[in-house]
Design a protein around this ligand. Structure first.
Ligand SMILES: C[S@@+](CC[C@H](N)C(=O)[O-])C[C@H]1O[C@@H](n2cnc3c(N)ncnc32)[C@H](O)[C@@H]1O
Length: 249
């Protein structure tokens, strides 16, 4: 199991090289080698400039992960802060003391969660994709991240000394409708077990996704797991436009 921790004495899971760190060291050499070589009496070939080590931006990394694992990532760009804010408006964050984020990706919605968290609340995130986890850690070095599957949420809660049925709010970015149905059921059942009675899971779907069979099927399945399910108005300032499901245990 790997996790990153906010507390001192722990380390982020990834170390990225600063952009151009190598390139800078070789830059001058490339120019010098283009001079006339007096001993040999001829021009030497210009040395190839060293390649810069690129640190991909968060959206690029997101896109690369989406291309590599489309059925895990389920989107090609991160959500907007507007969607994150819409989710926060539907969570009673002032009274939430235990908050978990599922599938934070590069951490856009996380930034809105952090803004809304009560100072005494506990927060951690669970992200399966290593590449996303690297960017998340870069963007949120002080937050705790479990690089695991949400399927392990009960084990993770137990490691966190959270008894079953004690979590107040779960913010999910999981791409539900691209996940196999058996996995959806497994994850939703585990989610209900960790939530306290009256606790909520907030998740989103794409407006256009409701035109697709998988999106409609997921939407119809939610009341099997939760006692109350509502859907927000579309958040048009998200690409693609999305809405938020508020699912209460
Ligand atoms: C649609 S992206 C959302 C990313 C981010 N929340 C956002 O809104 O920009 C879905 C994320 O869920 C992650 N994911 C998919 N299945 C997962 C699982 N079983 N456990 C944890 N994370 C998972 C993916 O790796 C990806 O980062």
């Amino acid at each position: 199991m790997r996790s990153t921790h906010a507390q001192a004495g722990t380390h982020p899971i990834v170390e990225t090289k600063p952009a151009g760190a190598d390139a800078g060291a070789h830059h001058g050499k490339a120019h010098r080698s283009d001079k006339h070589d007096s001993k040999a009496g001829k021009h030497t070939k210009p040395a190839k400039p060293a390649k810069a080590v690129k640190v991909q931006s968060a959206p690029r990394r997101f896109l690369a992960a989406a291309i590599k694992s489309p059925r895990q990532v389920g989107a090609i760009i991160p959500s907007s802060r507007f969607l994150g804010r819409a989710m926060m408006r539907l969570a009673d964050m002032e009274n939430a003391r235990t908050v978990i984020e599922y599938g934070p990706g590069t951490g856009t919605i996380t930034s809105e969660i952090v803004r809304s968290l009560h100072p005494q609340s506990r927060f951690f995130a669970i992200e399966l994709n290593e590449s996303m986890a690297q960017v998340f850690t870069r963007n949120h070095p002080h937050l705790k991240l479990y690089v695991r599957s949400v399927a392990d949420v009960e084990q993770i809660c137990s490691a966190e000394k959270l008894p079953p049925g004690s979590v107040d709010v779960i913010i999910s970015g999981l791409p539900w409708s691209v996940l196999p149905e058996a996995l959806q059921t497994e994850l939703l059942e585990a989610t209900v077990r960790v939530l306290r009675p009256g606790g909520v899971m907030l998740t989103y779907g794409y407006h256009g996704g409701l035109l697709l069979k998988a999106g409609r099927k997921f939407s119809r399945s939610l009341p099997r797991f939760f006692s109350k399910v509502t859907r927000s108005k579309p958040v048009w300032l998200n690409l693609p436009p999305a809405f938020v499901y508020r699912c209460e245990k």
